[in-house]
Design a protein around this ligand. Structure first.
Ligand SMILES: NC(=O)c1ccc[n+]([C@@H]2O[C@H](COP(=O)([O-])OP(=O)(O)OC[C@H]3O[C@@H](n4cnc5c(N)ncnc54)[C@H](OP(=O)(O)O)[C@@H]3O)[C@@H](O)[C@H]2O)c1
Length: 318
């Protein structure tokens, strides 16, 4: 099976390409540079250059592909973000989804997979919500929900199956957000907003990729939450990370002070709770996470960091 992957050079996309190759498929990776071409090639995929907003170029690049995956993003890689920092991400989600779904229709793909995020919806406090939970009213998350709608409408128009995979908070050794949390712990910066009691749904990036591979192999229309087996608070997650890194325990900060330093979006996200369940995805795709909880996943992450000497010399040796 030939699978077109937009975002093939990213944290998620590189893993999707590698896992597709391991399963005997041919991933065709959208790239924007020579180094992107080299990355996709090194993973065993076929690079294709195209602009994510150019339907003709995308359709040419995706020719012969039966599945199209949108895993591109421009989530700002800085701690303090302002609304305009999200402009390109919004464009990728709205215009990019429009262009990619039109291209998928043109090449006659049978399935289109759209990534999204589980924290775009929430349930009542204290409950574990599912795919039917209502959206949150945050303008920064509106484009994720718009991309889901655009993808669904395109599926109805062009006749392909649209699968929306809303993923939990990624963590991985190469993920920018995981690394910045580790560096903050290492430098003794406060990371626990409002005590870190917000409960997140986590997902190792390897498991996010295996979910996309499962949905490529068994395409169905629908919406699923892809998270690990147990939501956990930031206090638990960062406490264990600090322990494994050999740093001081995570320091606390109030939300009002955090907003001054990291901005409203980051401070509120660090205080938010979004515990959700993977029950529907597990049952519909017979999928299991290889890192069912963050305890297991962080072991892999910190082991990888040790071999590269990250985040500093104080990191204890195995
Ligand atoms: N991080 C999380 O916690 C999380 C959780 C759930 C879902 N997700 C979603 O999963 C997706 C992938 O995240 P990630 O962590 O893998 O991101 P990433 O590592 O930053 O990768 C971003 C990818 O998007 C590509 N891209 C950026 N701007 C582009 C543009 N204008 N045109 C074409 N391609 C462009 C990048 O290509 P270049 O290499 O050419 O820049 C790269 O391949 C995102 O959509 C994100 O919303 C993330």
């Amino acid at each position: 099976m030939r699978v077109f992957v937009a975002g093939a050079t990213g944290v998620l996309g590189r893993r999707i390409v590698r896992q597709l190759v391991a399963r005997g498929h041919v991933p065709v990776g959208l790239t924007r540079s020579e180094s992107g071409d080299a990355t996709v090639r090194s993973l065993g995929g076929e690079p294709r250059r195209a602009d994510l907003f150019d339907v003709d170029a995308l359709a040419k690049a995706a020719e012969g592909c039966s599945v199209v995956i949108h895993a591109a993003t421009a989530i700002p890689t800085k701690v303090r973000t302002r609304p305009k920092d999200w402009d390109m991400n919004d464009r990728i989600r709205r215009e990019g989804t429009r262009a990619l779904t039109t291209a998928a229709g043109r090449v006659g793909a049978g399935a289109y997979l759209q990534q999204s995020v589980v924290w775009a919806v929430r349930g009542p406090p204290g409950t574990i919500f599912d795919e039917d939970a209502p959206p949150v009213g945050d303008p920064i998350l509106a484009s994720a929900l718009d991309s889901e709608r655009i993808a669904r409408e395109a599926g109805a128009k062009h006749g392909f199956r649209t699968a929306i995979l809303r993923c939990g908070g990624f963590y991985s050794a190469d993920g920018w957000h995981t690394r910045i949390l580790a560096e903050s712990l290492f430098r003794g910066r406060p990371v626990l907003v409002d005590g870190g009691t917000g409960v997140w749904s986590w997902l190792h990036a390897e498991d996010a990729a295996s979910a996309f591979v499962a949905a490529s192999e068994w395409p169905k229309p629908g919406l699923w939450h892809v998270v690990d087996d147990r939501p956990a608070s930031l206090r638990e997650f960062l406490g264990l990370l600090a322990e494994k890194l050999g740093t001081r325990p995570p320091r606390r900060v109030s939300r009002s002070v955090a907003r001054l330093f990291v901005g409203r979006y980051t401070a509120d996200l660090l205080a938010a709770s979004f515990p959700t369940s993977n029950a529907r995805f597990r049952s519909d795709f017979r999928w299991t996470a290889s890192f069912p909880t963050f305890e297991k996943g962080l072991g892999e992450v910190v082991a990888a960091w040790r071999s590269e000497g990250f985040p500093g010399r104080q990191v204890p040796r195995a």
